[in-house]
Write a protein that binds this ligand. Structure first.
Ligand SMILES: Nc1ncnc2c1ncn2[C@@H]1O[C@H](COP(=O)(O)OP(=O)(O)O)[C@@H](O)[C@H]1O
Ligand SMILES: [Mg+2]
Length: 232
């Protein structure tokens, strides 16, 4: 097997700067990081360390100045805007700190959305979404809008939306940041069980060591650099 087949992500000497000229700030400094297929990786570090910036780059949500980023064996710096959005829609699922559900749509519709964007048949999309609602114990909430559900319920819907399309890679940026610790751990247990069962790769940025320690490896960042890696 070549390196590319084992690693879902390969990052070499990645540098990201915000701003221009004298006011520019280097927020990622020569990052090197490989993530294996099927691995669960946690990223920890103080606020401002560059965790979200790194995660957004791995999710093709932002661009960078120097270095190399390979996702699923492809150097994405060569990708067009269409190729990038296709990669995101088919292969990557995002979970954000605030659930980012669409307020005008029901729980069911929110979960169906990534499939509808992919032009999956509506009936099929509904079936997949209903299965996940059941798995998350939220069948009775299918017709509720985000404003009619609790924070924990919304976050479970957001997780369902991230995984409904069977992405290879799940990126979560402080996904339980708005939940209490009991609900946080419960949600992570569900997510990681699903990931591990299907051999999905997940990368989780978190402040919570209890959550970080559920991963296979913890990467610590400070000031735009990876300062420590620990396998668990
Ligand atoms: N859009 C932006 N423009 C300018 N600076 C930014 C922007 N986004 C983040 N930063 C800066 O980059 C640094 C890293 O931010 P971030 O990746 O959000 O850190 P973390 O997620 O670890 O808290 C911080 O100093 C932050 O202020
Ligand atoms: Mg952040």
């Amino acid at each position: 097997m070549t390196e590319n087949q084992e690693n879902i992500i390969e990052i070499k000497n990645l540098t990201k700067t915000y701003g221009l000229g004298t006011s520019s700030v280097e927020v990622l400094k020569s990052i090197d990081l490989n993530v294996r297929k099927g691995e669960v990786l946690s990223i920890i570090g103080p606020s401002g360390a560059g965790k979200s910036t790194l995660l957004n780059l791995m999710g093709c949500l932002d661009n960078f100045e120097r270095g190399q980023l390979t996702i699923l064996g492809k150097d994405i710096s060569e990708f067009s805007v269409d190729e990038l959005s296709n990669l995101r829609n088919r292969h990557i699922g995002f979970i954000f700190q605030l659930h980012n559900l669409l307020p005008e749509f029901t729980a069911l519709e929110n979960i169906m959305m990534p499939l509808l964007i992919r032009r999956v048949d509506r009936g099929e999309a509904k079936k997949s979404a209903m299965e996940l609602l059941e798995k998350f114990g939220l069948t009775h909430r299918h017709s509720h809008k985000p404003s009619e559900m609790s924070g924990g319920e919304c976050q479970r819907i957001a997780v369902a939306r991230a995984i409904v399309g069977q992405p290879d890679l799940i990126l979560a940026d402080e996904p339980t940041g708005s939940l209490d610790s009991h609900n946080s751990l419960k949600l992570m247990d569900i997510l990681l069980e699903l990931c591990r069962k299907d051999g999905k790769t997940s990368i989780i940025v978190t402040h919570d060591m209890k959550i970080a320690e559920k991963a296979d490896r913890i990467v610590s960042m400070i000031d735009g650099k990876i300062i420590e890696e620990k396998s668990l």
